[in-house]
Design a protein around this ligand. Structure first.
Ligand code: NAD
Ligand code: UFG
Length: 337
């Protein structure tokens, strides 16, 4: 059976997607340089699925290594998660972000082309909708960015579109994720950020665990029902299932498609805090702080294209997402080790 190469497969979304792929009988090969994850994630994926996977600790920017991986295996499609993802850090280190994310993707695409691999599912982001569109976001809206991280997603989407123009057999699905949170029900894999988390739910999780003192709610004067920012939180297991659908779609279709993966519903910061308090059974210490620069009031998906193309829709609600996040946090006080 042909194999799926998963770049960034030991990371948060990648590890959950590996579990879904294995449950659907795909054979997988994982490439990760472990810059933001640990090799222990491989054992966890194998434990959940009861199957073995082939793991390469390698950098996607390493052309020789990537070519060797394609030569050693029979890879029919790639799911490409590998990338740096911290918005603030990308402003401080633009060259690192452009090199890792864009150069890395170019190397991967070259290795794919040289080995006749023409299918790729790419981790894009709702960040490509920029500041000028209004939610709900539809895939035909113009894309833009406000920081180097966002530009890497906009540019990689363009590179992939151009590849489809030049090779009519190429099949690309760019999945635009909204806000992935939660964890696998087993509590064996979940989000395990290095240092102090930037994102809301991992931050709340550390306050609940007693590792951080207080959540800063960035702004309560937005034009939203309770004044705090509204986002489309999606359970990472629902998101992972969307990748299996995208691979199946790419096996049967050619050309470029951008597809939102979100629930289509928004939750405010205060609603997420309330759901987390219910999940962990204790109050989350918080204060209202100034707005965070670059944040918008409201971001949620029009999720109808994924339903139409893939028959996929998200199942979990915000309470289940927070319960699963807390379960993972409780079971892994020091992260995945
Ligand atoms: P993550 O950091 O947990 O996973 C990314 C993985 O890629 C890590 O394991 C890291 O070690 C690896 N990696 C990074 N650069 C690499 C390189 N040059 N070679 C090999 N491996 C490399 O992040 P995640 O949340 O799982 O995100 C996965 C993808 O989804 C990223 O491309 C990210 O930009 C995108 N995305 C994430 C979110 C989110 O909120 N988590 C939202 C939208 C899009
Ligand atoms: N927030 C707080 N306090 C915090 C952290 C966040 O109030 O400590 C608020 C933010 O202001 C925002 C909401 O919680 O209103 C969500 O913030 P996150 O940082 O969790 O997520 P973002 O929507 O800002 O960004 C995420 C990813 C980006 C991605 C974007 C769109 O971090 O990489 O979703 O997909 F581009």
């Amino acid at each position: 059976m042909s194999q799926i190469l998963v770049t960034g497969g030991t990371g948060f979304i990648g590890s959950h997607t590996c579990v879904e792929l294995l449950a659907n009988n795909y054979e997988i090969i994982v490439v990760d340089n472990l810059s933001n994850s640990k090799e222990a994630a491989v054992d966890r994926i194998e434990k959940i699925s009861g199957k073995n996977i082939k793991f390469y600790q390698a950098d996607i920017c390493d052309y020789e290594k990537m070519t060797a991986i394609f030569k050693e295996n029979d890879i029919s499609a790639v799911i490409h998660f590998a990338g740096l993802k911290a918005v603030g850090e990308s402003v401080q280190k633009p060259l690192e972000y452009y090199t890792n994310n864009i150069y890395g993707t170019l190397i991967l695409l070259r290795a794919m082309r040289e080995n006749g691999c023409k299918r790729i599912v790419f981790s894009s982001s709702a960040t490509v909708y920029g500041m000028n569109n209004k939610a709900p976001y539809t895939e035909d809206m113009p894309t833009s960015a406000t920081n180097p991280y966002g530009y890497t997603k906009v540019m990689i989407e363009q590179i992939l579109r151009d590849c489809c123009v030049s090779d009519k057999e190429m099949s690309v699905v760019a999945l635009r994720y909204f806000n992935p949170i939660g964890a696998h029900k087993s509590g064996l894999i979940g989000e395990d950020p290095n240092g102090i988390p930037n994102n809301l739910v991992p931050y709340i999780a550390q306050v609940a665990a007693g590792k951080l003192q207080q959540l800063s709610v960035f702004g309560d004067d937005y034009d939203t029902p309770d004044g705090t920012g509204v986002r489309d939180y999606i359970h990472v297991v629902d998101l992972a299932a969307g990748h299996v659908c995208a691979i199946e779609y790419a096996e049967k279709n050619t050309g470029f498609e951008a597809v939102n993966l979100g629930t289509g519903n928004g939750s405010s910061v205060l609603e997420v805090v309330a759901a987390y308090e219910k999940a962990c059974g204790k109050p989350i210490n918080k204060r209202i702080a100034p707005r965070r620069s670059g944040d918008i009031a409201t971001c949620f998906a029009d999720a109808s294209k994924a339903k139409k193309l893939f028959g996929w829709e998200a199942k979990s609600d915000i309470n289940e997402m927070c319960a699963d996040s807390w379960n993972f946090t409780k079971l892994n006080p020091n992260g995945i080790e």
